[in-house]
Design a protein around this ligand. Sequence first.
Ligand code: CO
Length: 209
Amino acid sequence: MSIESLLAMNQQWAAKVAHEQPELFATLAKQQAPKYLWIGCSDSRVPANEIVGLLPGELFVHRNVANLVKHVDFNCQSVIQYAVDVLKVEHIIVCGHYGCGGIKVALENTNAGISDYWLRSIKDIFLRHREELKEYKTEHERLSRMCEINVVEQVANLAHSKIVQTAWQKNQPLQIHGWIYGLNDGVINDLSVTRKGLSDVDDIYQVDM
Ligand code: CO
């Protein structure tokens, strides 16, 4: 497929949307008011809007390799701040996926170049959960569980962030969810680790604002 064909497909898509929803582009050009922030993996097989059936304007999105939320990542933190403080999203979804290449590489000793710096924190997560992970008989099962645990850890990172805690202190409605997507069936599972307020944050991580 040539690069020009992507532009041609864009023309077709824009015409189709304009036909089906004549008001959509005019409305979106004025403002966006998404209720959800999606933090997902860069993996091309996990396109955020498509898999939850949302249109342009309905999902604020940040994606990086292995859907990591790091406190020193100004890119991710800026997205979170804008989503929470300005857009006032009511839900933040961390959506990982089974078979994540980033997690797989992090659990091996390969030299992956610069991305080793990015993925390094996944090794720390592995160490913290080593006892549980030992119980899995195959590498496949262990990787799948690690993909889930990584999501749970990123949900915790979000709950520990100043941005989220400040919103909760102001009683702003904000929930954080941990989901995982199956590449082989297209189905999302809720990992049931939703956090809704400061009572869901361990004392040591609570910040006096
Ligand atoms: Co991935």
